[in-house]
Design a binder for this molecule. Structure first.
Ligand code: BGC
Ligand code: CA
Length: 354
């Protein structure tokens, strides 16, 4: 859906602001009327997204709105990356009559604060995307999580890297030392996905028998623009020594590619392998163009849909799984699987974000 040519980072920002234009100027948006009746006739679900200006979350948000259409009155808030603001929003949502809450925390450690507020009114809470500590979830019978198994994305990304490296190491091992020299763009520190991906991707590559050297590792906060800045600095510092760019998400992978392009990569035979996670449409485009080796599908559509389905059931006093095919694990979590994506199975990524 985003037709990027040059100036990728800029167009990404523009594209996401277009996507978010409905919420422009206000911090709340509701699902639109479906024809089946006014939203206000439907049971109210209060929801927050940690910030609308997050590429991946904008897809989750869309999936939530689609799933809510005609079924629940989804009161959706942009927490603008501010935990204090989110707590206020939760107060307001409860005051407005929300029968359940769907919360994408700003700070994964703030789950207890939200639970404390919901518990007083006996309101169920479905956390999504940022996984709270298992002990906190256990402490409130009506708390659930919808997301993924974070480590899985790191393992799949590591396997993808190992396969690609083995197949191309003649060319990609530029200094011919047999080791893989990488730089790693980490997501938000403390975010379970960022921590697990960072650990498991490297562990997996090593387990596959590939020796690695970490040239640099720093956070790009999931953000394309920040990743471009980091990558600019790393290219200036390490230049030809970098043999692989590993990013915890596609947003940052795309930011790194923008930087690499400025430095003359991806033209002639100057190449750099780059991998990400999410398999968002902009990244799929890069994979098709050969500018990204691959990604790992983080299924925004199903996570968004599952979140609303559980929240709708909870709001109606039903078993959260009623009428769905989801399963809860021991920590009361629905975990949507990740899938490795390369050129060979790119259609899976395209279908997931349709
Ligand atoms: C996604 C990132 C996103 C983050 C937001 C992760 O699961 O892979 O792209 O920025 O969630 O919390
Ligand atoms: Ca090397």
């Amino acid at each position: 859906m985003f037709k990027n040519k040059k100036g990728l980072v800029l167009s990404l920002t523009v594209a996401s602001s277009i996507l978010l234009a409905t919420g422009c100027g206000s911090t709340e948006s509701s699902s639109t009327d479906s024809g089946k009746g006014k939203d206000s006739d439907l049971v109210a679900v209060g929801a927050t997204i940690y910030k609308f200006d997050d590429n991946f979350m904008s897809y989750v948000r869309r999936a939530m709105e689609t799933a809510a259409d005609g079924k629940v009155n989804l009161m959706l808030n942009d927490s603008q990356n501010d935990q204090a603001k989110q707590v206020e929003q939760v107060d307001t949502l409860i005051a407005k009559g929300a029968k359940s809450l769907a919360i994408n925390l700003v700070d994964p450690k703030a789950a207890q604060t939200i639970i404390d507020k919901a518990k007083v009114k006996d309101i169920p809470v479905i956390f999504f995307n940022k996984e709270p500590d298992a002990s906190v979830l256990k402490g409130y019978e009506k708390a659930y999580y919808v997301g993924t198994t974070s480590s899985e994305s790191g393992i799949l990304q590591g396997e993808l890297i190992a396969k690609a490296w083995e197949a191309n190491k003649e060319k990609w091992d530029k200094n011919g030392d047999g080791k893989l020299q990488y730089v790693l763009l980490k997501g938000e520190p403390g975010h379970p996905d960022a921590e697990a991906r960072t650990k498991y991707v490297v562990d997996t590559v090593k387990e596959k028998g590939i020796e690695v050297d970490e040239l640099a590792l720093d956070t790009g906060m999931w953000d394309a623009m920040k990743a471009t800045e980091k990558m600019d600095a790393w290219i200036a510092k390490y230049n030809e020594s970098i043999e692989f760019v590993i990013a915890n998400n596609d947003g940052m992978a795309l930011g790194a590619i923008a930087s690499l392009e400025k430095a003359g990569y991806f033209s002639g035979d100057k190449f750099m392998p780059v991998v990400g996670v999410d398999a968002i449409p902009e990244a799929l485009e890069m994979i098709e163009k050969g500018k990204m080796v691959g990604s790992v599908l983080n299924d925004a559509k199903n996570q968004g849909a599952a979140t609303v389905q559980l929240a709708a059931n909870a709001a109606n006093g039903k078993d959260v799984l009623e009428g769905t095919e989801w399963k809860l694990d021991d920590s009361k979590a629905v975990r949507v699987p990740y899938i490795e994506i390369t050129k060979d199975n790119i259609q899976i990524g395209k279908d997931a974000y349709k």
